[in-house]
Design a protein around this ligand. Structure first.
Ligand code: KIV
Length: 281
């Protein structure tokens, strides 16, 4: 156990005993210690995930799909993201909370990016924003950092540009590797404090991680990044019949358990066996 973690009385898992800060994650990189990030979109899930010792929660715009059921991540609004992020912050304990700026809220100008990010941080209490893009978005990162807003960049496969990228494809293969490396350099030079690498060949992600000064967070980028992130639904198989990306592993079968619980509840209500005497006043 490190001096900044302790066993949670509720669960027994190691949890941070003080607020996790960006500097702590940089220190972990320097010490070669890996750490875990998961998405979260509501108060109760944020509590459960951080009680498991997860140091960093991402309110991803994947909420568009898994919370709102929109077919595209582009459809979620800043307002919807702020409401979800504020709920996650309230349940996040000592974890660092990062919020995605959704599609269409930062690309047009530096001013738009600063206004959207300030609104997000002011109303939700998140510590950092994440925006997608490399070289093309570096000026926005610089503007945000100059405004005092910490930024996590997201390069490789960037879901907000799924149409421009012609679908869900691994990025940085073959001749495209140098473009990805240039993207990482650009966001680092612009002042990003963290970089998400999505669907990138494992050896390239490991090389980028070794060369970069800021923590890298992989999703479909192999084991060589400083940290890993997954959409929490993917790591617990929710819903039971959902499509899972190749890079996600399932540690629980929450979708199946929830469906079985709903069926058992319905059955007992229909039979009249629930509520039982112990559930009555
Ligand atoms: O929106 C999201 O959940 C993300 C992660 C997949 C990195 O951007």
């Amino acid at each position: 156990m490190s001096d900044s973690t302790a066993g949670s009385p509720a669960t027994g898992y190691l949890v941070p005993t003080r607020q996790v800060r960006i500097a702590d994650l940089r220190s972990k990189k320097a010490e070669g210690k890996k750490w875990a990030m998961l998405t979260a979109y509501d108060y109760s899930t944020a509590r459960a995930l951080t009680q498991g010792g997860v140091e960093c929660l991402l309110v991803g715009d994947s909420a568009a799909n898994v919370v709102f059921g929109y077919p595209q991540t582009q459809q979620i609004s800043l307002e919807e993201m702020i409401m979800l992020t504020a709920a996650v912050v309230r349940g996040s304990g000592n974890a660092l909370v990062i919020a995605d700026l959704p599609f269409g809220t930062y690309e047009a100008s530096d001013e738009q990016a600063v206004l959207s990010a300030s609104e997000m941080l002011r109303r939700s209490g998140a510590a950092m924003v994440k925006i997608e893009g490399g070289v093309r978005i570096a000026p926005r990162i610089r503007a945000l950092v100059n405004a005092g807003i910490p930024v996590c960049a997201h390069v490789g496969f960037t879901p907000q540009s799924v149409n421009a990228l012609s679908g869900f494809k691994v990025q940085g293969r073959g001749g495209d590797a140098s473009r990805l490396v240039a993207d990482v350099h650009a966001v680092e030079d612009a002042g990003a404090d963290m970089v998400v690498l999505e669907m990138v060949p494992a050896d390239l992600a490991a090389q980028i991680t070794a060369d970069s000064t800021v923590p890298t967070v992989g999703i479909g980028a192999g084991p060589g990044t400083d940290a890993q992130v997954l959409v929490w639904h993917d790591m617990v198989a929710l819903p039971a019949d959902g499509r899972r990306p190749k890079f996600a592993k399932q540690w629980a079968t929450v979708g199946e358990d929830l469906t079985a619980a709903a069926a058992a509840y319905r059955h007992e209500v229909e039979e009249g066996t629930f509520p039982a005497p112990e559930h009555c006043f």
